[in-house]
Ligand binder design. Sequence first.
Ligand SMILES: Cc1ncc(COP(=O)(O)O)c(C=O)c1O
Length: 464
Amino acid sequence: MDVNTELNTSRVATVMATIRQRIAGRNLTPGAKLPSVRAMAKASGVSTSTVVDAYERLVAEGVILSRPGSGFYVANQAAPFSLSDIGPKLDRAVDPFWVSRQSLEADDGDLKPGCGWLPPSWLPETGIRRALRTLSRADNRAFADYGSPLGLPPLRQHIARRMAERGVEASPDQIMLTESGTQAIDLLCRFLLEPDDVVLVDDPCYFNFQALLRAHRARIVSVPYTPSGPNIELFSQVVAEHRPRLYITNSAIHNPTGATLSPVAAHKVLKIADQFELTIVEDDIFADFEHTPAPRLAAFDGLDRVIHIGSFSKTLSASARCGFIAAKPEWVDALIDLKIATTFGGGRLSSELVYKVLSDGSYRKHVEALRSRLSEAMFNVSAKLKNLGIVPWLEPSAGMFLWCRLPGDVNAADVARAALERKIVLAPGNAFSLSQSAQNFMRFNVSQTLDARVFDVLRDTLRG
Ligand SMILES: Cc1ncc(COP(=O)(O)O)c(C=O)c1O
């Protein structure tokens, strides 16, 4: 193949991939009209003949149909819904699934400074084993029967007490257990969103907020995050302009920045929320990492506009899945119905296990030790990254994440791809950024960044 033919073939493939992706992500639904050849050529920066070639090949594959005189349409037989195209690991675009897929699919020996959880050896193994032994002797309903829809009462009481320590007042009957924090958000999206509703997120934000919102076909808008919360001026503008139904955020330890919401920002966010009837989902999953409790929106608001969620994946176990939703009493009944519709009973065994570990006196000691260990790791990793010219955006007061700027104008996605070839999973900034404005940033999980190989690979890849 000569160079020109090769170039043209790859352009045709790119146009085909773009259309397939739009169909897979439901941006183009069955029966929808494709962009005209001329428009597609202009948008993709290729010639019209390249687009014609690509469209004809997609017709031959049965993906689209040609209606002479009218244009091209998505074939009615839709491929199964896919939120992202599955491709070879290294070729994946840096999208909101990038970090999750690379971290969850990594081999045992791979290093994962980009992942969002602690190494298993940092979790309370002894407490979990003890709880498993106790459970093995429990009444067999604990491991054979469905749980009640609201969930294990003593665990809900325990959660209510812990929330009260952070100023969030809720009775145990306002707390519904879920399979996880992720399922809590999923249920709330089902509960609150109509198709095409707008949802506001922080920029950057936890990438799975975007992934999950895409699954709900929501329209997502974002506001830049500052070290003390969302940029309030822009927040107010975006809310006034787009009238989002929901705002999803982390107040205490923000993922990925490690920032903490200030009381002033919390007050202003709630004022705007009141003015525009905005509901807020406050995801408090990192609560147990805090040395001193930061302000919670749910505490100021008394669970009126704010729904508070959490889980135990980060400090107890991501395998024994258990999360919760705390909401105003009027909403709890409908949430129970939704939980029954989508999962029937709760995962009783997990909640029994989590309760046993939490109520065992050793859990408090475990989290205290964890906080010190994370502070130490934060200090050491931060210093080593700075030696490489990788500078934290802020020094977080707690938690496991360091959100860092790479030296010069290095593209984090390129660094992450190069590191992946050497079995190191990194978290490039744009996976967290709806506006794609974080290409020079990288999130590091300090608990997973202690191996010297990480810094060797970073040094090599930064050199290019
Ligand atoms: C901010 C945030 N929310 C929710 C989750 C998911 O929580 P769970 O494991 O309970 O589904 C994560 C996991 O990384 C997270 O970082």
